[in-house]
Design a protein around this ligand. Structure first.
Ligand code: C2E
Ligand code: MG
Ligand code: MG
Ligand code: MG
Length: 282
């Protein structure tokens, strides 16, 4: 179909584009009720050190729609950003994760850090620091246990705001990590200007180490430069023992992936932490 929208501009719509637009509209409508209807939940994926011990965790959002079934965050987060629903959703994520952390703390299973994903929009425009300060006010002991993951694209889009916001977060004791590092167009020269503590190496680079010599070189270089800048590294999407062994051999500090654990319910993560704390029977 051809649509004339005045002047000489002509847009071509394929049936696929129309179907995608309809699905986005439908998702926006349903997402609008997701919080009230209790359709959102957080799952937690373990992040392990080079010994394979669980140190921290990443909170990942899940949306189980009553009729559509599970919708992946890869699909609904962009919809939430476009529609502005990312504002209440981020607020739900922050308060839900902090409440969970308080429960873990009480039962003695709180990880060193729990990382939450923050969309670029919320990071650059939302009143993130204010809201976090408010939420942490009731839980001062959780301050040193919270981390935020921000994509390099978001951080680089407005370096001035990013530097200021990260500084404010650091004052609250909140650690920042650059998510999906290497997937964008930015470089370590930008990252170097950001007060962040961790670099998460994108799964795209991890997926074919150690077979792909180019990715081996890239991962090795990213780890080396991160360390040179005083940052620690986390590799994403580690699925095999070969990948793990390679990452450990190049000095990658932490790893995350199906090899160590899928995103899981809060109680399952607590069980993992309890199991590794228990003295091993000789
Ligand atoms: P991300 O932050 O880079 O999260 C890592 C993604 O990789 C997760 O997908 C996780 O389930 C997946 N993953 C972890 N280990 C492996 C592995 O070994 N193999 C493979 N194939 N995948 C692995 P998920 O949960 O579908 O999330 C996708 C993206 O959605 C996230 O990427 C993040 O950008 C976004 N997202 C998730 N939760 C939130 C949230 O609460 N807020 C915001 N703003 N974004 C979120
Ligand atoms: Mg992440
Ligand atoms: Mg990531
Ligand atoms: Mg990723």
């Amino acid at each position: 179909a051809v649509q004339h929208n005045g002047g000489n501009a002509v847009c071509f719509y394929t049936p696929e584009m129309a179907a995608a637009a309809t699905r986005r509209m439908m998702l926006t409508m349903h997402l609008n009720h997701a919080i009230d209807r209790n359709e959102l939940r957080l799952v937690y994926q373990p992040i392990v050190d080079s010994q394979g011990r669980v140190r921290s965790a990443e909170a990942l959002l899940r949306w189980d729609h009553h009729a559509l079934g599970p919708v992946s965050p890869g699909e609904f987060i962009p919809v939430a950003e476009e529609s502005g629903l990312i504002v209440p959703i981020t607020d739900w994520v922050l308060s839900t994760a902090i409440a969970q952390m308080a429960r873990w703390e009480k039962e003695g299973t709180l990880p060193d850090r729990v990382f939450l994903n923050i969309s670029g929009q919320q990071f650059l425009r939302g009143n993130l620091t204010g809201r976090l300060a408010e939420l942490l006010d009731g839980h001062p002991s959780l301050r040193g246990h919270l981390g935020l993951e921000i994509t390099e694209q978001a951080a680089v889009r407005d370096l001035t705001v990013a530097v200021r916001t990260l500084g404010e977060l650091a004052e609250l004791g909140i650690q920042a990590a650059i998510d999906d590092f290497g997937s964008g167009y930015s470089s370590l020269s930008y990252v170097q200007q950001l007060p962040v503590a961790k670099l998460k190496i994108d799964r795209a680079f991890v997926i074919d180490v150690p077979e792909n010599p180019k990715n081996n070189a890239l991962v090795r270089a990213a780890v080396g430069m991160a360390h040179g800048l005083g940052l620690t590294t986390v590799a994403e999407g580690v699925e095999t023992a070969e990948q793990r062994d390679f990452l450990v051999s190049v000095g990658c500090d932490m790893m995350q992936g199906y090899l160590f654990g899928r995103p899981m319910m809060p109680d399952a993560l607590a069980d993992m932490l309890r199991a590794q704390a228990a003295p091993t029977v000789a």
